[in-house]
Write a protein that binds this ligand. Structure first.
Ligand SMILES: O=C(O)CCC(=O)C(=O)O
Length: 296
């Protein structure tokens, strides 16, 4: 599929995303963008050589050394490098997010999962929405494979249609946050229907925040870097003090295309909210100030 077709998606693509909860668009990202992203990703591999433990930005894997780096994740790439910022907020996938979310979108966060060669760790089956709840279920994550991915490399797996199903408790039997669907629930999942998303470098994955997904370890001799960006509909908001929502980077909340309009829908009732005073200097006017301003 070509970029133009995705940017102005036909009903079939939107219907497929709505019904199945995921998309795989092979080879979507053009080579020039891919090279820029790979160069930026490599800078953090170099930077990791001086680390003996994970830093705020770079999560290193057990066995990491300066001679043989092993990275798990770059946290919030948009805040670490201008190329990632431009890609997520102005690049082709920002446009794709808008196309899938009704013409505009709100950026939430990004991450780069390196899934290193020879043992890059599995990601257990989970849904994303519990990690960063929103006021609706529109959030979706767009992944870009920075290298070609095959079955041996731990491609991301999704269970088609599961986004319409149950939202699972991701706490363990001791009531500790585990971030994964627990063994007692695993047999409820239709894992025999899982689809493994793989393809050439530059292939793009999309999955809804309620989609059951995960990936196997990477036992191959090739790394599987997957750059992930999350967006929601423009009238969907992260709920503070739940999960990662209160510890997001500076770009979180950025509106891609179009005015925010301060609209939200809660329990089927639409409301237009006051401006976000935090972006207006952090001082909310009193009701007197707002109501009397024309007279001052
Ligand atoms: O890297 C993967 O295979 C899956 C990523 C994922 O689901 C996550 O980081 O939440």
């Amino acid at each position: 599929m070509q970029l133009d077709e995705v940017m102005q998606p036909d009903t079939a693509l939107l219907e497929s995303y709505e019904k199945e909860g995921y998309l795989l668009i092979e080879g979507l990202i053009e080579p020039a963008w891919l090279e820029r992203l790979k160069t930026a990703a490599a800078e953090f591999v170099e930077a990791s050589r001086s680390l003996s433990q994970s830093s705020k930005a770079i999560d290193i894997a057990p066995g990491h050394t300066s001679e043989q780096p092993k990275l798990r994740r770059l946290v919030s790439p948009v805040d670490q490098h201008p190329t990632f910022w431009e890609f997520a907020l102005k690049g082709p996938i920002a446009q794709l997010a808008c196309s899938l979310l009704g013409g505009s979108a709100r950026f939430h966060h990004s991450k780069l999962n390196y899934k290193w060669s020879e043992g890059g760790e599995e990601v257990k089956w989970h849904q994303d929405i519990q990690f960063w709840p929103h006021t609706d279920f529109s959030p979706l994550t767009i992944g870009v494979y920075l290298a070609a991915v095959d079955d041996e490399m731990g491609p991301m797996g999704v269970v088609p249609g599961s986004h319409h199903g149950r939202i699972y408790d991701l706490y363990d039997s001791q009531d500790q946050w585990a971030g994964a669907i627990q063994d007692k629930d695993i047999n409820r999942l239709e894992l025999d229907k899982a689809v493994w998303l793989k393809g050439a470098a530059g292939s793009v994955t999309v999955h809804n925040a309620c989609m059951i997904h995960g990936s196997m370890p990477n036992d191959s001799d090739r790394g599987r870097p997957l750059l992930l960006q999350t967006y929601s509909a423009i009238d969907s908001y992260p709920i503070s003090n739940l999960g990662a929502n209160s510890v997001l980077g500076g770009a979180s909340g950025t509106v891609i295309q179009g005015p925010s309009a301060q609209r939200i829908s809660i329990q089927g009732r639409d409301l237009r909210c006051a401006p976000d005073w935090s972006v207006k200097g952090g001082k909310a006017p009193t009701i007197f100030g707002s109501q009397q301003q024309k007279m001052m």
